[in-house]
Design a binder for this molecule. Structure first.
Ligand code: 4AD
Ligand code: MG
Length: 477
């Protein structure tokens, strides 16, 4: 097949240079025909908008539709159905029709691949999101998933841009880990041992010394501990990679495989950490408004009429900062009926977080100084002996979007805490070494990428903001 240059539809729709030859390649969204001419709406994924192509049958096929019946060229027109991949060369002209700046007058059409209307699952519009999850391999071709995927890309790019522009180094932390010290959740085992007859120790347990890495290994739940090692040399670092949690949580906010952004900063305290988190999130929202407005307007219209206003209001707000203890007082004083009762020392549930954000303060909230017993071993201990310098950023509609803390930099305090939590020192000797050699105050946080995308797209279910969601009992695609 001859190779032809391709003009991206997003560029043509912006172009003001008319009456020139262009070539578009993409997938047919709709086709209509009359006696002597037809219309094709074509999408190539470069934008949510389609370009309209006018096919004058006399020009393209040398005849009218009725007279094309028995000719090979008619097969070509018949093959052009919703979902077919085509290449169209023609003249770009200013469109007389309202609602579109330009259209293409076709001269030549090549069909790369047909899509049988009888069996193509996206032949009709308006499928439910639940149905589209069952055809995750095809759903990128819908307007909704095109929009979500373009926004997801833009956010990933903006994250790297933000950190690069602010002097952070991207550090690649391992996905397979021999440490399970974080305690952030159940882990997925990584092993090459024979699953029928693994080697056993005398006491009957599996002998992982004979496994691939010579020890038990799992998929990581977080890149934080390794990021801390980087921060203790490069000062400002971040990780951005996949993380895995084998919890059986079937909620609209949990995935078993999700992406996390984890900056880690030497010489930062909890206040610097909060300032960074707030500035970072606002930058990302502004980036989406500046670069993804077509997609946001589509999602605003179709799914969430308050989306764009909500993004603007978060950017304009000053996040409310208060302690966990104060938040618990507010929740108790609220007189609300909770599914999970609140008292000092219990972990806050989504219903509590959303009450604070949506009802009480009406803006994002950062809670700090949590009870040490509900937080990880590495968080800096306060002098009260009860709380730690953790922080959660809570967002409207989402609840927790960021979790982080100032880290315990004092070797002896950290050793006491890991012993209280029954973490064997031999598992974290390398982590403790940073407190032995040149320890320094430092802090960091983790932003759940898909929770960010939920917020920015206004989608309601986390399964709809990642191309191939991994959730309990679901890894088909
Ligand atoms: O609060 P988490 O568990 O914190 C950590 O893992 C720390 N090591 C982060 C750090 O300080 N470097 O997770 C951080 C964020 C949460 O706030 C949430 O946005 C997201 O990761 N998250 C999930 N997102 C989707 N599915 C899940 N199962 C998630 N669990 C956490
Ligand atoms: Mg958390």
């Amino acid at each position: 097949m001859e190779h032809t240059r391709r003009d991206k539809i997003c560029d043509l729709l912006r172009s003001k240079i008319y009456d020139r030859e262009v070539t578009v390649k993409g997938w047919v969204r709709t086709k209509r025909d009359k006696k002597t001419f037809g219309f094709i709406e074509l999408n190539d994924g470069s934008t949510i908008r389609n370009i309209q192509i006018i096919v004058d049958f006399a020009t393209v096929y040398g005849n009218t539709l009725n007279n094309l019946q028995d000719q090979n060229t008619f097969a070509n027109w018949k093959e052009i159905t919703t979902g077919a991949a085509v290449c169209i060369t023609g003249k770009l002209v200013e469109s007389p029709a309202a609602g579109q700046p330009v259209e293409i007058q076709a001269q030549k059409i090549t069909v790369y691949g047909t899509a049988d209307p009888e069996s193509y699952p996206l032949q009709k519009k308006g499928h439910s999101l639940e149905f589209l999850r069952e055809i995750a391999h095809l759903r990128p071709r819908t307007n909704t998933f095109g929009a979500v995927l373009r926004i997801r890309h833009a956010m990933a790019y903006a994250i790297h841009k933000y950190f690069n522009d602010n002097g952070f180094y991207y550090i690649h932390t391992p996905i397979i880990t021999g440490s399970d010290a974080e305690g952030a959740g159940a882990m997925f085992r990584v092993t090459t041992l024979n699953d029928q007859q693994p080697p056993k120790l005398p006491d009957g347990r599996v002998d992982y010394t004979q496994d691939f890495f010579g020890k038990m290994t799992n998929l990581t739940v977080s890149g934080q501990l390794e990021a801390e090692l980087g921060a203790m040399a490069l000062s400002l670092v971040y990780t951005f990679g996949p993380t895995f949690r084998a919890e059986n949580s079937n909620t609209p906010r949990h995935l078993a495989e999700f992406w996390m952004i984890e900056p880690e900063m030497a010489f930062y305290d909890i206040h610097d950490n909060m300032d960074l988190a707030e500035d970072f999130l606002k930058f990302l929202m502004q980036y989406a408004l500046d670069h993804c407005i077509d997609d946001l307007e589509f999602l605003n219209k179709m799914y969430d009429n308050e989306l764009i206003d909500r993004l603007r209001s978060v950017i304009a707000s000053r996040f409310e900062r208060l302690t966990y203890t104060r938040a618990v007082e507010i929740l108790i004083a609220s007189g609300q009926q909770w599914e999970f009762p609140v008292s000092w020392g219990t972990d806050l549930q989504a219903e509590h977080e959303r009450y604070l954000v949506e009802k009480h303060f009406g803006k994002p909230v950062i809670l700090t100084d949590y009870p040490k017993d509900i937080k990880a071993f590495y968080m800096k201990q306060n002098d009260d002996g009860k709380t730690v310098r953790g922080m959660d950023v809570l967002f409207p509609k989402i609840g927790e979007i960021i979790g982080g803390s100032q880290r315990e930099e004092d070797l002896e305090s950290l050793r006491r805490r890991i012993s209280e939590m029954n973490i064997p020192e031999k598992d974290v000797w390398w982590y403790l070494d940073t407190r032995r050699f040149g320890t320094a105050p430092h802090a960091g946080f983790g932003l759940g990428f898909e929770r960010l995308i939920l917020f920015v797209t206004g989608m309601a279910n986390i399964r709809d903001v990642i191309p191939f969601p991994r959730t309990p009992k679901n890894a088909e695609f």
